[in-house]
Design a protein around this ligand. Structure first.
Ligand code: PMP
Length: 376
């Protein structure tokens, strides 16, 4: 059986997408490439709900998206408020500090989100030039209520630029960039979009672009949106060579998702999450997050299951899950159920997990878990 890559990214890549990736490389200024890039950019806009946003597709991982988001909207010495519900929220603190920005962080305990009241009182105390929200933090599997937070920011501090990290959310969770008034959003290719790692997709609002234009100095060359905008408007133009084959793969995957229908794709993620959770909690695993995301689950082990043994025995059976991060390491594992993964594949993974539990001497009611999966 094909290995089942159920880590929270990269996720399995379909044969169709892999075959698009392996097509002959053509010139990046060729008409044929320009039209594939333009199609991928149009679909990126739809994915983010950003008909009014300016889209970018750039070679680099999700961290490039994080860095571009901040470098293009914050001058040195400006104030950034980071909402962190995990490891990837914390990464914004590091990037902000690297850029010489004043960073204040509101940090939630593992599995929780920052209370709206504390965000509001912090925004009333100081002026923040920007705020970051990690839509889904991949370390805890926690989903932030971006719409409610954005509404409150617009009311309390309308000048604050809103940045959303969609790396582990976009495609698996609906995002409404225009409607929610987001200024910068980005994602990576390797999660719910089911493309290999290597591209970051972004959208900037008019207000965010104006902010960049007002900045006398920008602390990036490759990541400067003003250098990329002419290329995204007309992909025949050159700034730096795009990842031609990765764009083929992205365009293919976005076409497949569009054909499937975005609402149906979100629904599929919600359904798969519900099934996996119903099954594993029945046999003693505990979901870490109080606001669980549809794209991944972080499960605490029942007594008697040792992390490294569980994951390595599962890997021998062809199912790959990830270790937990930070304070959850050793106590929990992370499982992605996003992108092109099917219900049948998840059912196979569940059976293998139940076998491993038994091999480790933990009694589990297989029938009950499988029923819970099928009925959820
Ligand atoms: N943000 C989130 C929410 C992520 O999950 C990740 C990657 N797991 C990143 C940012 C960083 O992306 P990358 O590893 O592609 O640089």
């Amino acid at each position: 059986m094909k290995e089942l890559l159920l880590i929270p990214g990269p996720t399995p890549v379909s044969e169709e997408v892999l075959s698009a990736l392996s097509k002959e490389t053509i010139a990046h200024t060729d008409d044929r490439f320009a039209s594939i890039m333009t199609s991928a950019l149009d679909k990126t806009r739809k994915l983010f709900g950003a008909e009014k946003g300016f889209p970018f597709i750039i070679a680099g991982s999700g961290t490039l998206g994080m860095e571009m988001a901040l470098t293009n909207i914050l001058n040195e010495g400006e104030n950034l408020l980071v909402l962190s519900h995990g490891f990837f929220g914390d990464r914004f603190v590091d990037i902000g500090k690297t850029l010489g920005v004043n960073v204040e962080v509101l940090k939630a305990p593992a599995g929780e989100t920052v209370p709206l009241t504390s965000i509001e009182s912090t925004l009333r105390k100081h002026h923040f030039h920007a705020i970051t929200i990690t839509h889904v933090d991949t370390s805890t599997g926690t989903l932030a209520d971006v719409e409610t937070i954005a509404n409150m920011v617009h009311e309390v501090s309308p000048e604050t630029i809103i940045v959303v990290d969609g790396v582990c959310a976009t495609g698996g969770v609906e995002q409404k960039f225009d409607k929610w008034g987001i200024d910068v959003i980005f994602t990576g290719s390797q999660k719910a979009l089911a493309v290999p790692p290597g591209l970051t997709l972004l959208a900037f609002s008019e207000r965010a672009i104006e902010k960049r234009k007002s900045m006398a100095k920008v602390r990036t060359y490759y990541g400067d949106i003003l250098r990329w905008m002419p290329v995204m408007e007309d992909p025949h133009k050159y700034f730096a060579t795009p990842a031609v084959n990765m764009v083929y793969a992205l365009e293919k995957s976005l076409s497949i998702i569009t054909e499937f229908g975005l609402p149906a794709y979100y629904e599929k993620h919600t359904r798969m999450a519900a099934k996996v959770r119903a099954a594993l909690t029945t046999v003693g695993f505990e979901l870490v997050s109080k606001h669980p995301a549809p794209t991944l689950s972080v499960f605490k082990y029942p007594d008697g299951i040792e992390d490294a043994a569980f994951r390595s025995k599962l890997a021998v059976k062809g199912v790959i899950v990830a270790s937990a991060l930070a304070e959850l390491q050793g106590k929990a594992f992370r499982m992605g159920h996003m992108g092109s993964v099917t219900e049948d594949e998840l059912l196979v993974a569940l059976k293998r997990m139940l076998e491993v539990c038994q091999e480790l001497g933990v009694k589990v009611d297989k029938g009950q878990a499988l029923n819970a999966f099928l009925e959820a």
